[in-house]
Design a protein around this ligand. Structure first.
Ligand SMILES: [Zn+2]
Ligand SMILES: [Zn+2]
Length: 118
């Protein structure tokens, strides 16, 4: 599916899901990494959560300094690919942040480096 901010992604997919703020200013470096993931697996990438306003971030239990607040993070799934395999490939892109969860992968374009696993 063609997108309006990159080959495969549209801005609406990154919008805060609070239903009010319409925060959708996403970091270009993050989108570039998602494109590489999409191209590598040749499978649809679903963005569960990307941009979050402070209120929505609190609602979903995000950390107070979450990169989602800055439009630099996305929680993703790749269709029919295990999250561990998604994270393993994402690591080769040298992302700022990479969080491994059982059902999704968090990737972000922060300055600096963070790795975690739940
Ligand atoms: Zn919001
Ligand atoms: Zn996240």
């Amino acid at each position: 599916m063609a997108g309006d901010i990159s080959t495969h992604f549209s801005r609406i997919e990154f919008r805060c899901k609070c239903g009010n703020c319409e925060f959708d200013t996403v970091d270009a470096g993050l989108v570039a990494m998602l494109e590489k993931i999409r191209t590598h697996f040749q499978r649809p990438v679903t963005i569960n959560s990307a941009c979050r306003c402070a209120r929505h971030n609190a609602q979903v239990g995000g950390s107070a300094r979450s990169q989602h607040l800055y439009g630099r993070a996305a929680d993703i799934r790749v269709s029919n690919v295990e999250p561990s395999a998604v994270a393993d490939f994402a690591e080769t892109l040298n992302p700022g942040g990479l969080g491994r969860y059982s059902t999704f992968t968090h990737i972000d374009s922060r300055n600096g480096r963070a790795r975690w696993k739940t």
